[in-house]
Design a protein around this ligand. Structure first.
Ligand SMILES: Cc1ncc(COP(=O)(O)O)c(C=O)c1O
Length: 383
């Protein structure tokens, strides 16, 4: 079996992630903040250790500014709905995942104004267009760091500088980049950074994070038990508890901590260069196969994530996915990848694309096997 759907969730996880989660649940299975006994304290210690690791990874000034969520979707919802009020204006891209598009659409229906900037020919948002879109009501610039359809990486340092200059809040969806690309929230003036924990950070599903700078004070999405100030009926304002009501996914957070330790031990550059090598090999191999249409291959000055999107003439993307899975046991994603807006921008709506996303644990042999499989599929139908 070959797993090439790491943009959806990375798999397998490092061995230490499985071991940590197993041991954590057996030995530290208390509820952090919900008791002074040793199991609750052990769980709290692990949660705080993971928080610190994330803070180190993104250069957050304090670990308390890292809030655990159940995924990137929840982090984006918290950032957007916690910040924006009717009358506010937002500038965003046209390459976002539905987890950015849908909350923004809902807010738009409630009176928030949204300007969506189309990418230029090379695939990135022009900083000039972004500056032109700023009006007195603009409160937020929110961008997708790397598209999960094309993998193109946007120059967030440039957008962060614009936001800073104009006194705007800057938010980044780093679901596809956290762990794989350097992200420095302070150097890039990022006020809100949303990420999954289960992709490039090697954590398990059910983990995500939102970083908040001191410039933002969000309304929580929910109120409830926080384990602190239990005597108060009002939600505590202390970070991170203000946004972490209810029992945390402690097992997942422990696994996420092990994933980030693995990332530090292996070295981000090593991980990135292996995955990029596999992606380039895949790109070049696919480009040789008659009938393959590759998207966003001209990198120019841009960097690109570990995603290859393509179509095969004469085939629906879903058909190719089924044959890859059932005949060759190769797992890829097909269709719209929860990002219809990105496909409209790319011109691949409504059929979508076939998306192959290699990860650190894939091998060159697996990529070659996949190229052979696509070649056979391409040859099986005349077009
Ligand atoms: C760019 C992007 N943003 C957000 C998400 C949502 O992430 P999650 O599944 O962790 O909610 C994804 C998931 O694929 C994504 O690719």
């Amino acid at each position: 079996m070959v797993y090439l759907d790491n943009a959806a969730t990375s798999w397998p996880k490092p061995e230490s992630v499985y071991q940590t989660m197993d041991q954590f649940l057996r030995r530290c299975g208390g509820n952090p903040g919900r008791g002074g006994h040793s199991l609750a304290l052990a769980a709290a210690e692990k949660v705080e250790e993971t928080r610190l690791l994330i803070a180190r990874l993104i250069n957050a000034p304090e670990k308390e500014r890292v809030v655990f969520t159940s995924n990137c979707t929840e982090a984006l919802n918290l950032g957007l709905k916690g910040l924006l009020k009717p009358g506010d204006h937002v500038i965003t891209d046209c390459i976002g995942h539905n987890s950015l598009v849908r909350p923004l659409k809902k807010l738009e229906n409630q009176g928030v104004r949204v300007t969506r900037i189309l990418p230029c020919f090379e695939g990135f948002l022009s900083p000039e267009e972004m500056k032109k879109a700023i009006i007195p009501e603009t409160r937020l610039i929110v961008v997708t760091h790397a598209s999960n359809v094309t993998g193109l990486i946007q120059p967030i340092d440039k957008y962060g500088a614009i936001a800073k200059k104009h006194g705007l809040i800057f938010m980044v969806d780093a679901a596809q980049t956290a762990g794989m690309y350097p992200i420095d929230v302070q150097a890039n003036n990022i006020d809100l950074l949303a990420s999954s924990g289960h992709k490039g950070l090697f954590g398990p599903p059910g983990t995500g994070v939102l970083y908040l700078s001191e410039r933002v004070d969000l309304e929580p999405l929910r109120e409830g038990g926080t384990g602190i100030y239990s005597e108060l009926e009002d939600q505590p304002q202390t970070l991170p508890y203000k946004y972490e009501s209810g029992t945390l996914n402690t097992v997942g957070i422990a696994g996420l901590g092990a994933g980030i330790k693995f990332l530090f031990q292996e070295g981000r550059e090593k991980i990135q260069s292996k995955v990029h090598f596999l992606r380039e090999h895949l790109n070049k191999g696919l480009a040789q196969i008659p009938g393959v249409i590759l998207y966003c291959q001209s990198e120019g000055s841009l960097k690109k994530g570990a995603v290859v999107s393509f179509n095969l003439k004469g085939w629906e993307p879903a058909e190719v996915g089924v044959v890859l899975d059932q005949t060759f046991e190769i797992k890829v994603r097909t269709g719209l990848h929860c990002a219809p807006v990105a496909h409209k921008t790319l011109g691949t709506y409504p059929q979508g694309t076939i998306r192959i996303s290699p990860g650190y644990f894939n091998t060159l042999e697996e990529v070659n096997f996949t190229l052979e499989a696509v070649s056979k599929i391409a040859g099986a139908k005349a077009f």
